[in-house]
Design a protein around this ligand. Sequence first.
Ligand code: GLY
Length: 338
Amino acid sequence: MIIPVRLKDRSYPIVLERGALLCAREWMDLDRKALVVTDEGVPKSYAEAIANQCKAPLCFTVPQGEGSKSLDTLRLLLTAMLEHDFSRKDCVVAVGGGVVSDLSGFAASCYMRGIDFYTVPTTVLAAVDASVGGKTAVNLCGVKNVVGAFRQPKAVLIDPDTFLTLPRRQVANGLSEAVKMALTSDRDLFSRFETRDPFTDLDEIVARSVRIKRGVVEQDETERNLRRVLNFGHTIGHGIESAGKGRYHGECVAIGMLPMCSEPVKNRLVPVLEKLGLPTRCDLDPAAGYAFLQHDKKAAQGSVSIVRVEEVGSFVLETVPVESLRARIESVTGREEA
Ligand code: GLY
C-alpha cells in the first residue's frame, strides 16, 4: 500500500508493505553514499538489509534511548559524513524508532544545509508518528526537541514484519499514539480498538493512523495551528515523562489524554487503555507535574496550548492558563486513596 504525502516539491510516498525492507531500492535512491543510522536495540538484520542494498553504505549505531538525541551524537553523525566525504548529493537512512528518526533527520537537515533522508521505522511508535511529517530534532539541557528543523523525508518505508520482534509493551507504546489519532479524528478506528484485539489488527491500525497524520501534515506542515491536534495528551504526558521513572512515551501520553476528555469519552477510553496494558494514572507528585508545565518552554507567558476531546472523532484546540491545568493533572497523578 502506498500512502502519498502531497506537499508540492516536498511530496513523498509512505510505503506500507510486509517485506518492504528487502525492496528498499524500489523507493530509495541508494546508488550513492548512504549513512545508515540505527540503534543498539534494533535487530542488526534490519539495518543490514538496507545497507546491503546501498552502493556505498556507512553504518552508524547509536546507543538506545533518548540520550542519543543530543548535540554530542549529532556531532558524531556529522563528523562521520564529513570524514567520508559525503556531498550534498548523498543521503541518510534512519532504521529504527523515534530517536533514530529524529536524530538522523536533523543530521540530514543541517549537513551541507540539507541532504536527502529516508526513514525506515521499525517500531509501531515511529511508524504512526515520528517517521512521518518531517519533524526532526535533538534535546538540549533536558528540554525535548528544542533544537530541530522541519525536513520531510524522501520516502518512508514501513515493513510491519519488523513489529514482530517488538515486546508487547513496546507495541502498546506505539498503539497509544494510534489511540490518540482515533480519539481526535477517526470514530471508526476508535471502535476497532474497542471491538477487536489491536495486537492482531496492527496493519490496519497503522495504515489508518498514518493516513490521519498525513492529512494533518498536508494541511499544516509546520504546526501553525491544526497540527497541534497531534499533541493531544502530550501536554500533561510530557510532564509525566519528564519525571522519569522508566515510563515509555506512549504510556505517558495514555495518562495525559484522560484529563483532556469529557466524562463519556473517558468512560470509553479507560477500557481501551486497560486492554492495551497502558496505565491510566501514575503516582507522580501532582506538584512536580504542574511545575514542569510552568517551566515548559512552550508555556509562553503562563499559557499553554491544549487539545480536548468532547466526542470521539472530534477535538477542540484551546490556549489556556497553565494554572487551569492543575485540577486536570491532579485527576491522574498522586496516590489513590485505598
Ligand atoms: N509528533 C507530532 C507531530 O509530528 O506533529
